[in-house]
Design a protein around this ligand. Structure first.
Ligand code: TPP
Length: 591
């Protein structure tokens, strides 16, 4: 068979059912055997869309997402998507065409150094110079992408390797001596961790995206309930424990809620399970959780003590770590009671009642973006899959939807790539066709990848897209308002261009618009009733609404800004909270 046939055979053998891609000269041989393969190829309109779709597919399902592109500009268009998947540890396999072996290095037409260009944004990549290595490389690529700390990989194959005829042999077992992820935690560290938990007074579980990647959501809930310890869920861990659970505190960080931020800040023990101490969570690192000891469990040893020293480092799969921790704690609790956390719990409960997310929807006034998102979450009952763009709408989505289960909040968290939402929602819907899938997008983000509406309309992928149209690059406008004396430089788009309803219709979708609060429920309901094509809703929202709470970039979490709705209570927020308060060191100057 040919190398191209071998590629398809190998992709089928590892369970690929869908590829998102765009053909071109060097990958063309691989498109021919697709006609004879059961694999569904979804012809995207831009390779960035293909890569984000593979990412959304993987985040929603836990399976590996696959995308394919031609050499040169095809690969460079994939790079943003690969970088996003890399930052968020999402398993994606990208297959790219390369110029023929003889032409490599000669600046041939559409040549680019695909492995070189993607090296920093992939977990690993390969240039396959021998057709006999295709099957084994694909097997290795899937293994590397999906095991240990998951991530994207790229397999680059020269055109003549795809065309070459050779005797096919199935891939053998994957044996990579240099790649042995450690999944089983060390029992001694688990016992140390249990000891710290039993000695703590103000513990908090700091749950990161690793919980969802490891399929450890159920175990997380059991641990929290066994110990009676509250959980914060980072942007990438939303849904790891249901928001309605009494021990769930929601999202910490730059736009997190007061209780989650302060719980970390005042804690004496952070039980960090699969987070990476991202600066959007820690704020100014030197001032983060100043008196807390840290248990840090992560599958990637390089994460541990990278940003914050771990008193108890645990390398291992989050699911196994939690299961072992539960076993050790249960054994301990047979002989002694759990510490009394009631003072701490009382404090958390007080904060929760005093400082929930707040906004004000004036009657007859412009629609507030928070209102749109809150209603969307309520009407869908937190039961849909929600993908998001990047900006204010993303933060409000995380704040105002009550997530019920893991893999329902799909984001470009680490890279923060505008344009992620529409294609990621497409990938999610393909992976989970039985689920209702919404994209919550900004008008800026939407315009970066809205060409995938054509893909979805043509392929009958009925995603619903809620554009929170504030006519601005809202998050940037917010920063200009707060930190650049309201000097609004190059952030205004206006509500009207493009006309999103007509644009949706031109793309074969249904276009709807909400201009007043009274329209909001009706258009959401209407969109829910349409299942034969994508729906785009243009929600015309208040352009000057800001996202709060906010911890300014580089500021300490102690300096959380609660926003105008809390201005009256401002002094109270910053008053010492009795003996719950630590005595902070004076903050260090930024280096
Ligand atoms: C590709 C890319 N370019 C620029 C940015 C910087 N950026 C972050 S948020 C944002 C504004 C997003 O505007 P919009 O999509 O309208 O969402 P809103 O904040 O108004 O909800 C920008 C420009 C980015 N994150 N990604």
């Amino acid at each position: 068979m040919t190398g191209a046939q071998a590629l398809m055979r190998a992709l089928e053998a590892v369970g690929t059912t869908t590829i998102f891609g765009i053909p071109g000269g060097t990958i063309l041989p691989a498109y021919d055997p697709l006609l004879d393969s059961p694999i569904r190829h979804i012809l995207c309109r831009h390779e960035q869309g293909a890569a984000h779709a593979a990412d959304g597919y993987a985040q929603a399902s836990g399976r590996v997402g696959v995308c394919m592109a031609t050499s040169g500009p095809g690969v460079t268009n994939l790079v943003t998507g690969l970088a996003s998947a890399y930052m968020d540890s999402v398993p994606v396999v990208a297959v790219s065409g390369q110029v023929t072996r003889a032409a490599i290095g000669g600046d041939a037409f559409q040549e680019c150094d695909a492995t070189g260009i993607t090296l920093p944004v992939t977990k690993h990549n390969w240039l396959v110079m021998d057709p006999g290595e295709i099957a084994q490389t694909i097997a290795e690529a899937f293994h590397v992408a999906s095991t240990g700390r998951p991530g994207p990989v790229l397999v680059d194959i020269p055109k003549d390797v795809l065309q070459a005829r050779f005797p096919y042999a199935e891939a053998g077992p994957v044996n990579l001596p240099g790649y042995q992820p450690k999944v089983k935690p060390n029992l001694r560290q688990i016992k140390e961790a249990a000891k710290l938990i039993l000695a703590s007074e103000r513990p908090v579980i700091y749950a990161g995206g690793g919980i969802i990647k490891a399929g450890a959501a159920e175990d997380l809930r059991r641990l929290a309930e066994l110990a009676g310890i509250h959980v914060v869920t980072t942007l990438m861990a939303r849904g790891a424990i249901p928001d309605a659970h009494p021990l769930c505190l929601g999202m910490p960080g730059m736009h997190g809620n007061y209780t989650a931020v302060s719980a970390l800040q005042r804690s004496d023990l952070l039980i960090a399970l699969g987070p990476r101490f991202d600066d959007r969570v820690t704020g100014k690192l030197a001032a983060f959780a100043p008196v807390a000891k840290v248990i840090h469990a992560d599958i990637d040893p390089a994460e541990i003590s990278k940003n914050r020293h771990a008193d108890v480092p645990i390398v291992g799969d989050a699911k196994l770590v939690i299961q072992e921790l539960i076993a050790v704690l249960e054994a301990e609790l047979a002989t002694r009671p759990m510490p009394d956390y009631s003072a701490w719990t009382g404090q958390l409960t007080d904060w929760r009642t005093q400082f929930p997310y707040r906004y004000h929807q004036p009657e007859g006034g412009l629609i507030k973006p928070q209102y749109v998102i809150e209603r969307l979450g309520q009407i869908t009952d937190g039961n849909a899959i929600y993908a998001s763009g990047v900006g204010q709408h993303q933060m409000w989505g995380s704040q105002f939807i009550n997530f019920r289960r893991p893999r329902t909040w799909i984001n470009s968290g680490g890279l923060g790539a505008m344009g992620f939402g529409v294609p990621a929602a497409m990938g999610a819907k393909v992976a989970m066709p039985g689920d209702e899938v919404w994209c919550i997008d900004g008008d800026g983000c939407f315009q970066m990848t809205c060409q995938e509406l054509a893909t979805m309309a043509y392929e009958k992928i009925p995603v619903k897209i809620a554009i929170v149209n504030n006519g601005y690059l809202g998050m940037v406008r917010q920063w200009q308002e707060l930190f650049y004396a309201e000097r609004y430089s190059e952030v205004k788009f206006g509500w009207d261009i493009p006309d999103y309803v007509r644009l949706a219709e031109a793309y074969g979708c249904v276009g709807l618009r909400a201009e007043s609060v009274d329209d909001v429920d009706a258009v959401i309901e209407k969109a829910r009733g349409i299942d034969d094509r994508p729906v785009v809703i243009d929600f015309r929202c208040d352009p000057f609404e800001n996202c709060y709470p906010m911890v300014a970039a580089g500021a300490s979490n102690d300096d959380i800004i609660m926003g105008p709705e809390f201005e009256r209570d401002h002094e109270r927020v910053h008053e010492p909270q009795g003996d719950m308060l630590y005595d902070p060191e004076p903050p260090e100057e930024d280096a």
